[in-house]
Design a protein around this ligand. Structure first.
Ligand code: GLP
Length: 255
């Protein structure tokens, strides 16, 4: 695992975007797992900037897969992750995208929908998965206590997650969501975890320095062979003090 800590959030966003841009610019088919949340907004901004600088266009080789979606929710609802993705990224980089896949928040049968999505992931393994971190250690909507072998499924949101996400949700948030499971996330060839802000500092320390435990879903990422964690100073200051290494398998770089 490589941890990169930037003194400014802006720098961290540019760095995270620079890790993603080569996937978008690949000349061969590539599958990218995308995430939502406040953290990702400036990263997508930086990515759009990097991709479209000098009037460049894509060659349409990218397939995107979104990590999760509220349920039930209409895909046209402004609070849906599908709309979020269109607003912040997909409508701005259309020429790069071959196809975008989402969990359908309006699926009548959520279990069937999750099996459908799981099947797509099986046919299209992810080259990279972008992740944010919940303040309780969740990844996707895999809340603490989720089995590491979990697959795509319907879950109930915890009150912590609902309170936090209400900041971005217009109207009344659904109680449930559909999410890729932890085992699905771990099958991505590479993972980029982005963590900003002092309120994520403790959970990031727990995920990186604590034991691998289902109480902190993000802790499993330490066992993946290709993970980059990008943090700003506010979230990563304690880890930055461990530079250049936390142990044999975790390096820390300060930008
Ligand atoms: C949300 C999403 C995650 C996201 C995380 C962090 O609930 N399901 O995909 O990465 O929590 O969100 P934020 O960046 O808003 O703190």
């Amino acid at each position: 695992m490589n941890i990169v800590v930037a003194s400014q959030k802006e720098e961290a966003c540019q760095y995270a975007a620079s890790l993603l841009a080569p996937f978008f610019n690949a000349r061969n088919p590539v599958r990218i797992g995308l995430a939502t949340g406040e953290t990702m907004i400036p990263i997508y901004q930086a990515l759009v900037q990097q991709l479209t600088a000098k009037g460049q266009h894509g060659v349409g080789e990218v397939e995107t897969f979104n990590l999760d979606e509220y349920w039930p929710i209409d895909p046209s609802h402004p609070g849906s992750f599908r709309q979020y993705m269109h607003r912040h990224l997909l409508s701005l980089v259309g020429s790069w995208i071959r196809k975008s896949y989402f969990l359908r928040g309006n699926a009548r049968d959520p279990d069937f929908e999750c099996r459908r999505f799981e099947g797509l992931l099986g046919e299209h393994p992810l080259d990279v998965q972008l992740l944010g971190l919940g303040i309780n250690g969740h990844i996707g909507f895999n809340e603490p206590g989720t089995l590491f072998q979990s697959r795509t499924r319907k879950v109930s949101l915890t009150s912590t997650t609902k309170e936090r996400n209400a900041r971005q949700f217009p109207g009344i948030m659904p109680d449930d969501a559909l999410t890729m499971g932890i085992a699905d996330i771990m099958e991505a060839k590479a993972i980029i975890l982005v963590v900003f802000g002092s309120d994520k500092r403790d959970v990031l320390i727990r995920a990186i320095l604590g034991q691998v435990s289902e109480d902190c879903p993000a802790s499993i990422l330490k066992t993946h062979p290709h993970v980059t964690v990008v943090a700003d100073e506010a979230a990563g200051s304690v880890l930055a003090r461990r530079s250049p290494r936390v142990n044999r398998s975790i390096t820390v770089t300060i930008l």
